[in-house]
Design a protein around this ligand. Structure first.
Ligand code: ZN
Length: 311
């Protein structure tokens, strides 16, 4: 490996939102609060707590405001929520979020299916969300879905992705998250998109939100690191899924990502054994094994002479 990789990366934990919303088991507010508090105790400083969307669409997130009211906030940590529109943004701000992420898709058909708006209507909503969030003196960032492929339309033109992102950057987005919603991204595409963003929007940081539906999640992280991306989303245990590919894995697994980065000498400030303990507890809560691999194989640095994991 000849490239200079980032010495430190920022990981946003999205399991409580992106992970849990694809699970059949709906956790109670108590269980979510305990999960988020234990995630805070690992050193994670960015946690996506939930979403403010219509409860009938995503019943797993119906109690997000209650969860926000009851979590213990670690010093220096940011607890965020995603919203599709101004109604969600008002509810989020009322609930005391630290940051708001407005989400929309870069493909018309996926945006209609997901938030029942055209991209233009979502951008109008984003402008109003940005105004509300700025007035509340909170950070605002944008999460773009289907950047690396749409389940209905296939490839999404890079010009359209950059057009949407530029509108959001003009609205004052602090960062833009590139979502591989369907796990259709591959390393070469990740680098092409990241480099195009750097050229078009050099002052707006990007965050990669990989999904591993086709197994390319950590390869895509490495590809992104090689072109200087140092912000990633991941989900504890690798929980979640893909609504367009039943049974496929969801987000990349936080503890697998942290393990790989630490072995590479890249800092995260996250305590890996504590994160693995969170994943173990999550298995009990959900009643099934999580897809993560480090939870099964153990931490390399903890392997004894016998080769037995000592996690
Ligand atoms: Zn996702």
């Amino acid at each position: 490996m000849t490239q200079t990789l980032p010495a430190r990366v920022s990981i946003r934990e999205v399991g409580p939102r992106d992970g849990l919303q694809h699970e059949d088991v709906i956790l109670s507010a108590d269980q979510k609060v305990a999960l988020i508090n234990s995630l805070s105790a690992t050193g994670l400083r960015l946690i996506e707590v939930g979403s403010f969307v219509r409860a009938q669409h995503v019943p797993q997130m119906a109690d997000t405001a209650e969860v926000f009211a009851r979590i213990t906030r670690a010093a220096g940590a940011t607890y965020s929520a995603i919203v599709p529109n101004t109604t969600g943004a008002r509810r989020a701000l009322d609930a005391g979020v630290d940051a708001v992420q407005v989400f929309l898709s870069t493909s018309e058909s996926h945006n209609q299916s997901n938030v029942h708006m055209s991209i233009a209507e979502s951008l109008d909503q984003a402008a109003d969300v940005a105004a509300l969030v700025r007035a509340a003196d909170k950070p605002f960032d944008a999460v773009l879905s289907t950047v690396f492929g749409c389940p209905f339309e296939g490839d999404v033109p890079l010009d359209r992705i950059l057009m949407v992102a530029t509108r959001l950057a003009d609205l004052g987005a602090d960062q833009i998250t590139l979502g591989d919603t369907t796990g259709m991204g591959h390393p070469r595409m990740v680098q092409q998109v990241a480099l195009a963003f750097r050229e078009q929007l050099p002052r707006t940081p990007i965050r990669l939100h990989p999904h591993s539906a086709r197994g390319a999640g950590l390869a895509n992280v490495l590809a992104a690191l090689e072109v200087g991306v140092d912000r990633f989303d991941a989900s504890v245990g690798g929980i979640g899924g893909c609504p367009f590919a039943p049974g496929a894995p969801g987000n990349i697994c936080s503890e697998d990502l942290v393990h790989m980065l630490h072995e590479m000498g890249i800092a995260t400030d996250i305590r890996l054994p504590a994160l693995i303990a969170c994943a173990r507890n999550l298995e009990l809560l959900l009643g099934h094994e999580v897809p993560g691999q480090t939870i099964k194989a153990g931490i390399c640095g903890h392997l004894g002479a016998s080769g037995e994991p000592r996690v």
